[in-house]
Design a binder for this molecule. Structure first.
Ligand SMILES: *Cc1c(COP(=O)(O)O)cnc(C)c1O
Length: 357
């Protein structure tokens, strides 16, 4: 592909950081860069941060340490990358799908509150495609003792009513996968104010033991640690946070300016200050357009299928907004290092495609 969907931005800063770590033999999950990365995240977002191996493990561990398990139910949005729903299944619980809201494409708060029951123990709100969920209207969940978890994997640097994503719910999770706004290659983090939850998560992700008492396992934990080499990469990216986030937003701004009106834009709710993950647009002839772009070496991709449309997650219910968005939305190449000329080329090719369909 001439223009890839997503490319990480690796500079000398990242190379030096990883080189130093490997030269000093700081390679395991107990290395100093892991603690440094957690510190940088805490300073940036304003909440205790715990690094872990990836965003999916972050969700699974959080559910587990909140006591969500066998046959409990967890509310998740019908349209998202599958990790939240899979995490629910993997702790033995059952996902309850709720449609997204047409104003924000994030989980519909009214329908979420309506989906509550004695069996529902938690809800995962996804800051979908860089856009925060409607946290004010999800607040009533607390009254029903339902834990709210924020999945901010796609929304580094986005804000809800002026506050960073990662600050909502009892805990928030991030992914630092290679295609996310800030990357560790593979990596994740959990942010929480809840000290007990933080301590439990720390224990769980480190084999259920503390460094003070080696091999004294307080619980059957797991190894969900982030490696020091990943953390060294992530520390360098954290230093470049403002630059990386604003460059992606600039690419989105260029697309917004240059794309013709027939291409639908992602809606933005009044409470949101989104950040760009993958720039997302809509068109009724989405599949033909994506094929045309791909034939012209532009790595565009259709968004995920709505989860209940997969046999694995089929419920027999209807989710009209999620269904429509999953059939019309697609991604255009988005990376911090894309130039105005790259965006112009993508737009030119889309305009050509539009005349052919
Ligand atoms: C990427 C992503 C995850 C999973 O993150 P990994 O680090 O790849 O495990 C979870 N939730 C959402 C919404 C994501 O986009």
């Amino acid at each position: 592909m001439k223009i890839p969907l997503s490319q990480p931005s690796i500079t000398q800063l990242e190379i030096d950081s990883v080189t130093l770590a490997i030269t000093e033999k700081w390679i395991s999950g107990t290395g100093p860069d892991v603690r440094e990365f957690e510190q940088l995240l805490t300073e940036r977002i304003g909440r205790h941060a715990l690094a872990c191996s990836n965003g999916t493990v972050a969700l699974e561990a959080t559910l587990r340490m909140l006591g969500v398990g066998y046959r409990d139910q967890v509310i998740v949005p019908a349209l998202s990358f599958a990790a939240p729903a899979a995490a629910v299944i993997n702790v033995g619980a059952i996902p309850v799908f709720v449609d997204i809201d047409p104003v924000s494409w994030t989980i519909d708060p009214e329908q979420t509150i309506r989906a509550r029951s004695a069996k529902v123990k938690a809800a995962i709100a996804v800051d979908l495609l860089g856009h925060p969920a409607d946290y004010e209207n999800l607040k009533p969940l607390e009254l029903f003792n339902i834990f709210l978890i924020e999945d901010a994997a796609e929304a580094h640097g986005a804000k809800y009513q002026g506050r960073y994503t990662g600050l909502f719910g009892v805990a928030a999770t991030f992914s630092f996968h290679a295609n996310k706004g800030i990357t560790a290659g593979e990596g994740g983090a959990i942010l929480t104010h809840h000290e007990k939850l933080y301590d439990k998560l720390k224990l769980y992700l480190n084999h259920g033991m503390t460094p003070e008492k080696p091999y004294y396992h307080e619980m059957a934990g797991t190894n969900g640690r982030l490696g020091n080499l990943q953390a060294a990469l992530a520390c360098a990216q954290m230093e470049r946070w403002d630059e990386l986030i604003s460059k992606r937003n600039e690419v989105a701004y260029w697309y917004d300016q240059l794309l013709p009106e027939e291409i639908g834009r992602r809606p933005v709710a009044p409470w949101a200050q989104p950040s760009t993950w993958l720039y997302t647009v809509t068109h009724s002839e989405r599949d033909q357009l994506v094929t045309f772009l791909r034939e012209h070496e532009i790595d565009s991709r259709a968004i995920w299928p709505m989860l209940p449309n997969l046999p694995l997650y089929a419920t027999g219910e209807r989710y009209p907004v999620a269904n429509r968005v999953s059939k019309e939305a697609f991604w255009l190449p988005t990376s911090a290092e894309m130039t105005y000329e790259d965006v112009e080329l993508v737009v030119k090719t889309i305009k050509e495609g539009l005349t052919k369909i």
